[in-house]
Design a protein. Structure first.
Lengths: 410, 153
């Protein structure tokens, strides 16, 4: 750009696109007299923007260092998914070992697969490898050329854990393993996980994946099925719509219905329960009390069995219940060892605290007329709810309340 | 059924007799005390007003460790009552996993009455009726009243 070998400032006029040497004509355009001029610098050439209508120096183009995207044509049939093609991809960890992935990928490839260069192919592979890297980068897939629009939509959520108000939740495998999710994604890109060279476990040779082959892709569903076999997933692990998810949740709830309630308490634990004679303090406000299971009146001095939550019953009555459910018939607190300390109920103040101390069975059955029964059920639930808030799912209490008193807005 | 359970049912019957919820009549067959027949008037403030509904309350052998079973013998258009010959109602404290022994029949009867006044479409046994109740209340009311005239007079 320095014709004489020594540096001379070149000027450029934005008005008339004229060019001149600064030492010859100064900063003002000699052609039109405009002040809107600029010194042309190596890293800043104003003519780049304007040379559409200025053919005066066509050769300059060739002297520019080649920009990496010099031949990039965004409108050529490229294989890489544009940013806009991947929509609503959300990857969230919703809990330990539980993930939620939502995403839609639209992929359009023209039949002229030959036209694409390596950059295009790698872009898709790059996307897949990003996903892979998130779980340790074990598998790496290469996209296969495809002549179709593939839409991959995945919706998932964590498994519903069975309700257990007292005990720590058992470890549950999430419904969808991260790898399954990836397998689904990979399959949509036309490749089973493990890349083209991975040996298929079922002995099928990996399908040809030559660049520019332009082969017909697997049917997306087949690809999904194919991709899932290597993993430990089954078709039922995938849902593709809100309805599907709802259906699976209902199914899970039905399957776990019987196990929804805690299992039985052990005979040793039942035998180890405190037995004590009924005292005056344990009676209701009317000086009477009964066992709320058999509804027989209980007299002072009679021996009853008290649970860690301080609710008491006839021993045979409560033993029969505990042999099937490790919960207090009143407040559903368990009697097993890993329960919370029995005095959590003491945290309640006022009337509810009193309620939790032996008065309740009596008052529940006799102290209050039937007119208040429904209310009492609710109060009991609120008591238990406040002492077990974090461990209890609250669902059952809510449902009872809903059943009794309508939707929760009340 | 254990004698304890029978005793409890007898007690509960006595309690219901001495304080029957309004609009309700309980018939009790001494030969078979585990099946109660209940005649329920549609609550005034509900679409079921003017109707008389016959219900059956069956106590399982495991009562009170398992909940009583409620079924409508009279056809009723309601999101929480199955629209078949069983007419079963299973929600709230009537669910086996939510039932607890201290719950009493009176509470069950009150639940039924409350549900006639205010159905619970979010815990429905008939999703289509629940949907109509939520989306097209007018149409629901019309059909419910029509069924009262047809089946519950």
């Amino acid at each position: 750009m320095d014709p004489a070998g020594q540096h001379r400032d070149m000027m450029y006029c934005h008005e008339c696109h004229d060019e001149w040497y600064r030492d010859e004509h100064g900063l003002t355009c000699p052609e039109c007299g405009s002040d809107f001029t600029e010194i042309i610098e190596e890293d800043h050439d104003p003519r780049d923007h304007d040379d559409d209508d200025d053919d005066s120096m066509p050769d300059l183009e060739d002297h520019h260092p080649q920009h990496p995207l010099h031949h990039h044509d965004p409108f050529q049939p490229a294989d890489d998914p544009e940013e806009g093609d991947i929509s609503r991809l959300q990857w969230r960890q919703v809990g330990p070992g539980r993930f939620s992935v939502t995403g839609t990928v639209y992929r359009t490839v023209s039949p002229h697969g030959q036209g694409r260069d390596d950059g295009g192919a790698n872009a898709l592979g790059g996307f897949a490898s990003i996903l892979n890297n998130m779980i340790g980068g074990a598998a790496r897939g290469q996209p296969a050329p495809e002549d179709a629009v593939h839409r991959f939509s995945y919706t998932s959520s964590a498994r519903l854990a069975p309700r257990d108000a007292i005990n720590p939740q058992a470890h549950m495998e999430p419904v969808d393993e991260m790898t399954n999710v990836l397998v689904g994604l990979m399959a949509t890109f036309g490749e089973a996980p493990g890349g083209p060279n991975a040996q298929h476990p079922h002995g099928h040779p990996p399908h040809a994946n030559g660049p520019g082959g332009g082969q017909m892709p697997f049917h997306p569903i087949l690809a999904l099925l194919n991709g899932m076999r290597p993993g430990n997933g089954t078709m039922g692990d995938f849902v593709y719509s809100q309805e599907g998810l709802d259906r699976i949740i209902s199914q899970l709830m039905e399957q776990t219905q019987s196990s929804n309630a805690p299992g039985p308490a052990s005979q040793q634990e039942i035998d180890a329960l405190v037995r004590k004679p009924v005292t005056t303090e344990m009676l209701g406000s009317e000086g009477r009390a009964d066992c709320s299971i058999c509804m027989e009146e209980v007299n002072i001095g009679e021996e009853v069995t008290e649970l860690p939550c301080h609710h008491w019953f006839h021993h045979p009555c409560v033993a029969a219940w505990l042999a099937e459910h490790d919960t207090c018939p009143h407040c559903r607190q368990g009697i097993s060892k890993h329960e919370r300390p029995s005095n959590t109920a003491d945290g309640n103040t006022g009337a509810s605290g009193v309620n939790n101390h032996g008065q309740m069975p009596g008052s529940f059955a006799m102290g209050d007329g039937p007119a208040n029964d429904a209310t009492l059920v609710q109060e009991n639930w609120e008591n238990s709810g406040s002492s077990q808030q974090d461990s209890s799912s609250g669902g059952i209490g809510d449902r009872i309340r809903r059943g009794l008193f309508g939707p929760p807005h009340r | 059924m254990s004698t304890g359970a029978k005793k409890r049912i007898m007690r509960e019957y006595g309690e219901c007799m001495s304080d029957t919820p309004p609009g309700m009549k309980i018939t009790f067959d001494e030969q078979n005390m585990t099946e109660w027949e209940i005649l329920l008037d549609g609550p005034e403030q509900s679409v079921y007003a003017g109707g008389h509904f016959k219900l059956k309350l069956t106590f399982p052998n495991e009562y009170p460790f398992k909940p009583p079973v409620v079924s409508f013998k009279t056809k009723i258009y309601h999101p929480n009552v199955s629209n078949d010959d069983k007419g079963s109602m299973c929600l709230g404290l009537l669910r086996p996993e939510e039932w607890k022994p201290p719950n009493k029949v009176v509470a069950v009867l009150r639940l039924i009455q409350t549900l006639l006044i205010e159905p619970n479409p979010d815990d429905a046994i008939e999703p289509s009726i629940a949907n109509e109740y939520k989306e097209n209340r007018k149409e629901f009311d019309k059909t419910a009243k029509d069924w009262v005239k047809r089946y519950a007079k």
